[in-house]
Design a protein around this ligand. Sequence first.
Ligand SMILES: Cc1ncc(COP(=O)(O)O)c(C=O)c1O
Length: 490
Amino acid sequence: MFIPAVLACLILTLMLSPRVVAAFPPPQKTKPHLPSSLLRSQLSSQLSSLDDPEVKSIILAEQRRQRCSLELIASENFASSAVLTVLGSCLTNKYSEGQPSARYYAGNVNIDALETLTKARALKLYDLSPEWSVNVQPYSGSPANFAVYTALLNPHDRIMGLDLPSGGHLTHGYYTAKKKVSATSVYFESLPYKVDEETGLIDYDEMEKLATLFRPKLLIAGGSAYPREWDYARMRAIANSVGAYLLVDMAHLSGLVASSVVDSPFEYADVVTTTTHKSLRGPRSGMIFSRKELSDDIDKAVFPGLQGGPHNNNIGALCVALKEADSPEFKTYAKQVISNAKALSESLMEKGMKLATGGTENHLMLWDVRPLGLSGSKVEKVLERCSITLNKNSLHGDTSAVNPGGVRIGVCALTSRGMGVEEMGRVAGWLVRGAEIAGKVQEKTGKKLADFKVGMEEEEFKTEIDGLRDEVEQFAEGFYMPGEELQTES
Ligand SMILES: Cc1ncc(COP(=O)(O)O)c(C=O)c1O
C-alpha cells in the first residue's frame, strides 16, 4: 500500500470538522451507503418543498421510471445517497480554477482540502506508488480523454484505438467514410484496430501489424462494449515497439479494477483515464492517472487548456464514492457484478441465445440477435416498452452501423439494487420473451423500423407487451434502489 497517500487521507480526514464527517457515515454492513435519518428527512423535505411543479413532476416521473424498470445499460449505475447528497451541496457554488494551493480565486481553503483528499483517496484505491499522479478535475470521460490527447500529442499526430463498431468509444478517434464524427478524428489522425470478424476478440497480431505500419504516437486500450479482458502486457509491448504512449481508458471497468475482480492496467500504462459513474458508482465525472513525468502537461491541458473552474460538488461526491469503493462491501459488490454477468450470459445461452465471444469476463455482454432474424433496434424498442432498458450495439460482422445486430447488456445497476444470480435467470427469461414478441411483430410488419414501431402498438401485441411490462415493474419495484432514502412522494 502507498503509505504517503494513506497518511494524507488520515490527516485530511482529521482536518475535516466532526459535523462534516458525520454527514458521510461509513457504509453499513447490511444496507451500504445509507445516510443518517436526519439527513434523509432534510433532503426529502427539500425536494417535497421544491416550489417548481414542472421540474418536480419530471423528477418524480424519472424516480418512478428508475425504480420500476430493469436498468441494463452497461454504462449506468445507481449512486449512493451520500454521493447524491454531496452533489447537491454548497460545493457547487465555489470557483477554484487551478490546483490545490495554487488557485486563481480566493476563498479556497476548504476546496483545497477536498481536492487533496480526493486525489489521495484515488491513488490509495488503486494502490499506486509515488510514480503516479492523478487529476480529478475532468468534467467527465470525454473531456478527460481529450485532455490526454492535448497534453501528449501535437495536432495531426497519429492515434490508434478500438474501432467504435468493434466496441471502442467515440473519443478514441471514430470517423466514417463520410464524416469525422469525433473531434478526436478532426484534430488527430486515427487508424482503428478491430475485433476478429469470427470470434469477436481483439486481434492483437493484426494490431501489431497495423501499429508497425501506422506508427501511432498513442495506442489506446479500453472500450465501451468489449466483454473480455484486455491484454495490457501485449499492448505495452506493441506501444514500445513503435515508441508510442499507452493510454488505458478504463471507464467501464474502474470499479472492477479497484476491487481486483478484473485485471489492472496500471503496471503497463503511461496514462489511465476513467469516468466515475459506471462500475465505480460515483457521480458523473472523470479522472486522469498519469506517470509523474507526464502529470504537469496533463494538469495544464485540463486547466487552462480545456476547462475552467472544476465542478467541486462532483469532486466532493467523487471523494465520497472513492471511500465507498475502498470498502469490503464494495468488493463484495464487484464480485457479485462478475457472478451476475456470468449467470445472465449463461442463462441466455442456455435458452439458445448467441453472445459475442461466447460469454463475458466483466460486467457486460453483447447479445447477437441476428440469428433470430432481428436487429438490435427492434429488441431495444420492445424491451423499452416492457420497462427493460438496454441499448442496441454494433457487432463484429455487422454491415450497417445504423442498424446494428446486437444489444449490449450490463449488470452493474441491477447488482447495486441487490439482485443476485437467481434474479439473473428471471431477467434472461424476460429478455428472451421480449425478443420473441419482437419476432412476432416483425413477422406482421416487415423489417422497416418505422412500420415495426407502429405495429408494436397494435392490440394483439400491445396486450402481450403490457403484460410483460406489468410483471417486470412489479418485480423491479420490490428491490432496494440506492438513493431512495432521499426520495419524496411518488
Ligand atoms: C470507454 C469510455 N470512455 C469514455 C467515455 C465517455 O464518458 P462521458 O460520457 O462521461 O464523457 C465512455 C462513455 O460511455 C466510455 O465508455
